[in-house]
Write a protein that binds this ligand. Sequence first.
Ligand code: MN
Length: 415
Amino acid sequence: MKSFITYPINSDFSIHNIPFGVAVFNKEYIACCTRIGDMVIDLATLYDYGFFDEIEGLNENVFEAYTLNEFIELGKPVTTAVRLKIQELLDEHSSLAEDEKTIQECFYNVDQVKMMMPVHIPNYTDFYSSIEHATNVGKMFRDPANALLPNWRHLPVGYHGRASSIVISGTAIHRPNGQMKPADQPKPIFGATKQLDFELEMAFIINKNTEMGESISTADAEDAIFGMVLFNDWSARDIQSWEYVPLGPFLGKNFGSSVSPWVVTLEALEPFRTATPVQEPEVLDYLKFTGDKNFDINLEVYLQPENGAENLICKSNFKLMYWNMAQQLAHHTINGCNIEVGDMYASGTISGEEPGSFGSMLELTWRGEKPLQLNNGEERKFIQDHDTVIMRGYAEKGDIRIGFGEVSGTIIPSK
Ligand code: MN
């Protein structure tokens, strides 16, 4: 497949991708959009021009909206048909290539648009599904010989996070204040966190509402997943380690999470399916699944100090997840918990086995014991004010490459 729009061979936004997002065009008009190479395409105007007329179930201009929720709620038959139609329109043999009026009206260079949050997120859940991450944290904070807690291999551990503070890439994050209890002091203290961290994660977005009491099986789970984004789950380790007993994460987490603007569909990720790591001991029946349910997605984290260059500090891969998305969703709903369109479910920190593949500063510096050396001569134990953290993700196979672009966020001083 080739497009009449040209783009570099390493573009994240090849004709194989066709992601969805929401953009402000020329500072004046908001609509749902897609992207190829460096061109962002206004889907609302494309709809008005009749390009989607033949798609069954797409009976109103759901692209004329500030979020993708209405579109993705139409479900896979419609969203998949729209994606394939866009792919056909962008093909090198498409008549659109000669249609100057439509190109003039609907195609914008990426620097003429500002990306917005792609979805309204009613609910956000964060899992803890990387065995390397859970093992590293267990070694650091508990027992190195028994790093994993007894439940970990039996269920995808998770907690309900805060949806209101999930923001789009590029949004600055204030260093959170809070209560901490330094090990060498008798009482807790109040102040700005000294252990600000990122967590390298991916998140999936739900395309349907269910009724309370209803469950989603591992076999049906992927039909309920519209697509994925990169997710940085900012964390204040000193606040977290004092507050988390016994109910889990709270203010050490809910001050902010950052997401990438382009939602990459599961259909685009299809060529990159791979097996889930062997699960031992065998899981309960409701967590059993068939087929390849993991996805081979290369992930990178860069730390950029103020006025400095980017430092590559972590290379990991989404395929390493011990629990797959189908299992996470089956587990989440097995008790009858209802889900909603736009819900976001994050993977948990994605760490590999090698030290250079750990997905947080906590692990990369081993709680600050081994600071990272930056290329400007500075070191980092945790994230400093005016540091920017950038995460990128892409999948490659043969001559097919698709990517997520990036999620970036800069830390600014506390208010
Ligand atoms: Mn997390």
